[in-house]
Design a binder for this molecule. Sequence first.
Ligand code: UGA
Ligand code: MN
Length: 244
Amino acid sequence: PIIYCITPTYWRYVQKAELTQISQTLKLVPNIHWIVIEDAKEKSDLVRNLIEESHLIATHLVAQTAPVEKSKDKNPKVKRHRGVEQRNTGLKWLRDNLVPGKHKGVVYFMDDDNTYSIKLFEEIAKVKRVGVWPVGLVGGLNVEMPIVDENTGKVTGYKSGWLPNRPFAIDMAGFAINLDLILTKKDANFSYQMAKGMQESEFLSYFTTKEELEPLADLCTKVYVWHTRTETPKISGTIPNIEV
Ligand code: UGA
Ligand code: MN
């Protein structure tokens, strides 16, 4: 199967470093199709050149995050989620360009700033419907993970420092979904209406139940992805036109 990795990205000083890191990880993995969606008005030379030089099979798209009318909205549930329009644009590309039953694959939401072991992609390749695994450094814990019943091999709950009773207490980096499911459940998308921390739960609810999840990475005992966040560098001067 092809692993379709959907990566939202936006300009900041560390963007090129982040994209270099993840694109070079993907170079070590077979059968990758990298879908990069820029949060921008138009495609940038920086991202275009980086994708081209990577020689990965890739699709380059744009989707600018709409300016949110924050002050008008008193509903605290309406929070500024990140990557919403970009991931939806990636999903739309899959649905517009691939044919259920004909194209075989797995879809993974691969944020540009996390740290991914190449072992993760061996697990993703095993996904039948919806696979899950631990994610390091997230949800207030060193590792957030599904709890797996040793006897049944089924997910019974989650260890999460934050709302462990969510239907799916899983970070965006902690699951992947069969391409056929993505292509046939056409109305499964992300939205700003989803409450804080509920994006993953609400999205996964379109496709599966807790009982049906496939616990990967040795029944969720191994960590192959970390929710790292790069410190914003203090830049006091810039040399123009070099980092493109
Ligand atoms: C957490 C989750 O791990 C994300 O998957 C989730 O989208 C996010 O919370 C959320 O608030 O909705 P976090 O590290 O806080 O992650 O988010 P970022 O890594 O800053 O952003 C997630 C993705 O969206 C990244 O690939 C980033 O490049 C992209 N992004 C972020 C944009 O495209 N535009 C932005 O303005 C900000
Ligand atoms: Mn992040």
